[in-house]
Design a protein around this ligand. Structure first.
Ligand SMILES: NC(=O)c1ccc[n+]([C@@H]2O[C@H](COP(=O)([O-])OP(=O)(O)OC[C@H]3O[C@@H](n4cnc5c(N)ncnc54)[C@H](O)[C@@H]3O)[C@@H](O)[C@H]2O)c1
Length: 276
C-alpha cells in the first residue's frame, strides 16, 4: 500500500480559509494528514474543509481569532476532541487586508493601530498557537512547527514596516521553539516565501509592481501556492527530521542576489557586454 508521508498526522493550518494556507491544507491532506482549517473567516474555512472531505480526507473548520488566547485555547481543544492529537502546526495566518496595508507604512507615517494589529495577529497569533499545540506534540514525542516568514522579514524595504518586523520575529520564534522543545521531539522552522500570488491576487497588485518583483526573482515566473505547499509538507514530514531551527528560503532566489543585479543587467544589455 502506498502510504502518504503525512499519513494520520493531524495538522493545524492557520489562515487556511484561502490563499497559501488553503493550498497547504489540501496538499497535507493529499499526503494523508487530517486537517484543522483554522481561520477567522469561518464561511470560507468551512468550504475548504468540505472540499478536502469531498476528496476522501478528514478535515474540520475551526473558527478562530488567533490573536486571542481564549479563542486559540478553544481551537486546540476542539482539534484534540475531534482528532485526538496534534502533530503539525503551520503558522501561516497573517493580516494582509487592504485596510491593514494602508496603515502599515514607513515608520514616520505608521498608523499605530496597524502596527499593533500586525503584531497581534502575525506574531502573537503564532506564539499562542504554539503555546497550545506544542504540549500535544510533546505528548506524542514528535511534532513540527512551521512559521511563515517573508523576504520583508529579512531585508529592509520602503513600506509595510510592521509586517516586516513581525515576520522577522517569527524567524526567532521558530528558533526559540526549536531550542526549547527539540529534545522532546518537536522541531520548528521558518519558511521564507517569495512572491507566490494565490487565486486572484494578481488583480489587487498593479502590473508594474508585479514586474519589478518578478525581475528580482531568479526564476522565469513567480511562485505558485503549490510550490510553497510542497516545501511546507517537506518541513511537516519526517523527510526533514534533521532540520530544525532553520529558515528555508522558498523564494525563487529573491533574497540571494546582489541588490544591484537588476540595474546591472539592464546596464550590461545597453552596453552589449558584461565585461567589467
Ligand atoms: N502570497 C505570497 O506571495 C506571500 C509572500 C510572502 C509571505 N507570505 C505569507 O504567507 C502567508 C499566507 O499568505 P496569503 O497570501 O495566502 O494571505 P491571505 O490573506 O490570502 O491569507 C491569510 C489568511 O489569514 C486569515 N486571518 C487573518 N487574520 C486572522 C486571525 N486574526 N485569526 C485567524 N485567521 C486570520 C485570513 O482570513 C486569511 O484567510 C502569510 O503569512 C503571508 O505573510 C505570502
Amino acid at each position: 500500500m502506498n502510504v502518504g508521508k503525512l499519513q494520520d498526522r493531524v495538522a493545524v493550518v492557520t489562515g487556511a480559509a484561502g490563499g497559501l494556507g488553503a493550498e497547504a491544507a489540501r496538499v497535507f491532506a493529499a499526503h494523508g494528514a487530517k486537517i484543522a482549517v483554522v481561520d477567522i473567516n469561518n464561511q470560507a474555512a468551512e468550504k475548504v474543509a468540505n472540499d478536502i472531505c469531498a476528496k476522501g480526507s478528514e478535515a474540520i473548520a475551526v473558527e478562530t481569532d488567533i490573536s486571542q488566547e481564549a479563542s486559540v485555547k478553544s481551537m486546540s481543544e476542539q482539534v484534540v476532541a475531534r482528532f485526538g492529537q496534534i502533530d503539525i502546526l503551520h503558522n501561516n495566518a497573517a493580516i494582509l487586508s487592504n485596510e491593514q496595508r494602508q496603515g502599515d507604512r514607513d515608520v514616520i507615517n505608521m498608523d499605530v493601530e496597524a502596527w499593533d494589529r500586525a503584531m497581534a495577529v502575525n506574531l502573537r497569533g503564532a506564539m499562542l498557537c504554539s503555546k497550545y499545540c506544542i504540549p500535544e506534540m510533546i505528548k506524542l514525542k514528535r511534532g513540527s512547527v512551521i512559521n511563515v516568514t517573508s523576504g520583508l522579514g529579512a531585508q529592509g524595504d520602503l513600506t509595510l514596516s510592521a509586517y516586516a518586523a513581525s515576520k522577522a520575529a517569527l524567524i526567532m520564534l521558530a528558533r526559540s521553539i526549536a531550542a526549547q522543545y527539540g529534545k522532546l521531539g518537536v522541531r520548528a522552522n521558518a519558511l521564507l516565501i517569495g512572491l507566490a500570488p494565490a487565486e486572484n491576487a494578481h488583480e489587487t497588485m498593479p502590473a508594474e509592481m508585479l514586474q519589478i518583483i518578478l525581475d528580482n526573482h531568479l526564476t522565469p515566473e513567480l511562485g505558485t501556492p503549490k510550490q510553497i505547499a510542497d516545501a511546507v509538507a517537506f518541513l511537516a514530514s519526517d523527510e526533514s527530521s534533521f532540520v530544525t531551527g532553520s529558515t528555508l528560503s522558498v523564494d525563487g532566489g529573491f533574497g540571494s542576489h546582489t541588490p544591484s543585479m537588476v540595474a546591472m543587467k539592464s546596464l550590461f544589455e545597453r552596453m552589449g557586454s558584461n565585461k567589467m
